[in-house]
Ligand binder design. Structure first.
Ligand code: SAM
Length: 511
C-alpha cells in the first residue's frame, strides 16, 4: 500500500501527463525515503517512465520566472529561488503534489552546523570545501536573495526565503536536480529523482530528446525540430544518472508495461525518458548511478557514502609538500626546484591557488608528485645540470608536456626514465612516508583504529552524519596506510601495479 504522500504524488503525476510502467513500484520507507523497485522482470531498452519537461520545476517553468529573469539570477541561484518561491505558494503551487514528497532538505554537509562540519569532517577531503561552500552560499543569498525581500511589489514572504530555506533548496538541487536541456538548464525532474544510486551498477539511463528550441512559450523559440538529438541527461553535476527500480502498486497514470509502444514515444522533444539499460529482475530495487564518485563527492552532493568505494582518493595539497620542503631545505632551494619542475611542464591538479596531488585508492601517488620530490631531492650537481639543459633548450612550451622533455634530450639524467619505479629512491620513499604522516595528522588525535571502532559502534539510522563522516575518514586513512605500504616496498608494488585510474576531481570544484 503506497503511503499517503506517494498516493498524492501519483495523482499529481497523472494530472501533469507523466507516464510510467506498471512494473515500477515506488516504496516509501520511514527514515530511509523513497526507492523504486521492479514489480516484474524488466528488459534492457524498456522505456519505464516519461516525464514532460513542462512539468519539471525549472527557472523557465516556475511562476517566479519573471522575478528570476529581472533579478538576473542565473543557474543554481535561479533554481533555488524557484524552489523557495513554489514552496512559498503552498497548495497553490502547480508543483505542490511534487514538493510535498520531497524532504525539507537533504542531509548534505552544507546544511550541517559549522561545529558539526569542523568536528566531523576535520582532516577529510571535504573539510575546507564545505567551510568555503557555506560561506559562499551565505554570500550568494545576502547579495542576491535578501534584497528581493525588500521589493514592495513582489510581496515575498521572508519566512520562505531566509538563509535556512536557501540552504535547504541548495541541498535539494545538489542531490536531485538534472541538467534538462539548453533551454531549461538545470531543473527538478519529478519521478526521475526517486531512483537511488549504486556505484557502477546502473539499470536505467535518463534521456531527453533535445533540440535548439524547446518551448512554444519561449518568446524566442520557433518550435524548430531540426537537429533533434537523443541525449543522456545528467543528474545535476554528473555525467549520467543510473538507477535501479523498485515495485509497488501505482495508482494513477500507469502505462501498460513497455512504454515504447505508447503514443508519446519517438522523437518527442517535450518528454524526458527513463530507459533500462539492462534486464532487471522482478522484486529488485532499480538503481540509477549518479556517476563514478568517491565518498567525498558522494557525501558532498548527496549526503551518503559507500563502504569499500574504489573511487575514493586522498589528496596531498601542494601546500603540505611545500611545508615539508621548508622543514628540509632553504626557501631558496624549494622555490628553485618547484620552478624547475614547472618549467619542465609539470603541474598538480586543481588551480594555482589550490594545487594538490592525488593518491589513488590503491595508495599510488600521482607521478607528478614523485617527479617533484625527485627534483627536490636531486644533489646540487645533478640539479645544476638539469637546470642548465632546460635553459639551453629554451622555455618549455606548455603544450609540450613534461613527459616529452624527460624522455627526450632535455632531461639528461639517464636514470630518469619516467617509470614510477625509477623515481622511488629511498629518499623519495622516505619523503612520501613523511607526507603521509603530515596528511594523517590533519585528522586530529584519534587513530585510524579509534575511527574504525567508532564506526562499528555507530548507528546509521540514529547518527547519520557521524556514520557517513566516519566512513569517509576511515577510508581516506586506509588509503594513506596503502601509501605507506607503497613507499615502504616500492619495487614489490611496482611489479604488480596497474595503470593509475584517471579519476575526476570532484571535491574541490565549485558547484
Ligand atoms: C535523487 S534522490 C533519490 C530518492 C530518495 N531516496 C528519496 O527519498 O526521494 C537522492 C537521495 O537519495 C538518497 N540515496 C540515494 N542513493 C543512496 C544510497 N545508495 N545510499 C543511501 N542513500 C541514498 C540520498 O539521500 C540522496 O541524496
Amino acid at each position: 500500500m503506497a503511503s499517503r504522500r506517494l498516493r498524492a504524488f501519483n495523482r499529481w503525476m497523472k494530472s501533469k501527463g507523466f507516464q510510467w510502467s506498471d512494473a515500477l513500484e515506488f516504496v516509501d520507507t520511514p527514515g530511509e525515503g523513497i526507492a523504486v523497485r521492479a514489480l516484474r522482470q524488466l528488459e534492457e531498452g524498456d522505456v519505464v517512465a516519461k516525464m514532460p519537461k513542462e512539468a519539471c520545476l525549472t527557472t523557465k517553468t516556475s511562476g517566479a520566472r519573471a522575478i528570476i529573469e529581472e533579478a538576473g539570477l542565473d543557474g543554481h541561484l535561479g533554481l533555488a529561488f524557484a524552489i523557495m518561491y513554489e514552496r512559498s505558494l503552498g497548495e497553490d503551487s502547480p508543483w505542490y503534489g511534487y514538493l510535498q514528497l520531497l524532504p525539507h532538505q537533504e542531509c548534505v554537509p552544507i546544511v550541517w552546523t559549522l561545529d558539526e562540519v569542523n568536528e566531523l569532517l576535520c582532516g577529510t577531503e571535504l573539510h575546507q570545501t564545505v567551510q568555503e561552500d557555506k560561506a559562499l552560499i551565505y554570500e550568494d543569498w545576502k547579495e542576491n536573495i535578501l534584497p528581493l525581500l525588500d521589493l514592495e511589489p513582489l510581496k515575498l514572504n521572508p519566512k520562505f526565503f531566509d538563509i535556512e530555506q536557501y540552504f535547504a533548496a541548495k541541498s535539494l538541487i545538489s542531490s536531485r536536480s538534472f541538467e534538462i536541456d539548453d533551454y531549461h538548464g538545470f531543473g527538478m525532474v519529478p519521478l526521475a529523482d526517486l531512483f537511488n544510486h549504486k556505484t557502477g551498477a546502473e539499470d536505467v539511463h535518463f534521456t531527453a530528446m533535445s533540440s535548439n528550441y524547446e518551448s512554444g512559450s519561449d518568446v524566442d523559440g520557433s518550435n524548430n525540430d531540426e537537429g533533434i538529438v537523443k541525449e543522456e541527461v545528467a543528474l545535476a553535476q554528473n555525467s549520467s544518472m543510473d538507477m535501479t527500480v523498485s515495485i509497488e502498486a501505482n495508482v494513477g497514470n500507469n502505462i501498460d508495461s513497455d512504454l515504447e509502444s505508447s503514443s508519446v514515444s519517438g522523437d518527442d522533444t517535450s518528454m524526458l525518458e527513463m530507459i533500462t539499460i539492462k534486464d532487471v529482475s522482478s522484486g529488485t530495487e532499480i538503481f540509477n548511478t549518479y556517476g563514478l564518485l568517491g565518498n567525498a563527492a558522494l557525501l558532498h552532493r548527496y549526503g551518503f557514502t559507500e563502504q569499500d568505494n574504489s573511487y575514493d582518493i586522498v589528496n596531498i595539497d601542494m601546500e603540505l609538500v611545500l611545508q615539508w620542503c621548508s622543514s628540509a631545505f632553504s626557501d631558496r632551494h624549494s622555490r628553485a626546484r618547484v620552478s624547475l619542475w614547472r618549467r619542465l611542464g609539470y603541474s598538480a591538479c586543481g588551480s594555482q591557488d589550490s594545487e594538490y596531488f592525488e593518491i589513488s585508492f590503491d595508495g599510488e601517488p600521482q607521478i607528478e608528485l614523485l617527479i617533484l620530490l625527485h627534483i627536490m631531492l636531486l644533489l646540487d650537481d645533478a640539479y645544476q645540470k638539469l637546470d642548465l639543459s632546460v635553459s639551453v633548450a629554451g622555455n618549455c612550451p606548455e603544450s609540450n608536456g613534461g613527459t616529452a622533455h624527460l624522455n627526450g634530450n632535455i632531461f639528461p639524467n639517464e636514470a630518469f626514465n619516467m617509470s614510477k619505479k625509477s623515481l622511488l629512491s629511498k629518499r623519495v620513499c622516505d619523503t612520501l612516508l613523511s607526507l603521509a604522516d603530515m596528511r594523517e595528522s590533519l585528522y586530529g588525535l584519534n587513530s585510524v583504529e579509534d575511527d574504525i571502532e567508532a564506526l562499528e559502534r555507530c548507528s546509521l539510522d540514529r547518527e547519520r552524519k557521524l556514520y557517513h563522516s566516519l566512513v569517509l575518514r576511515t577510508n581516506e586513512r586506509k588509503i594513506l596506510q596503502k601509501l605507506r605500504n607503497y613507499a615502504s616496498q616500492p619495487f614489490e608494488i611496482n611489479k604488480h601495479s596497474s595503470p593509475r585510474k584517471k579519476l575526476k576531481r570532484t571535491t574541490k570544484r565549485r558547484d
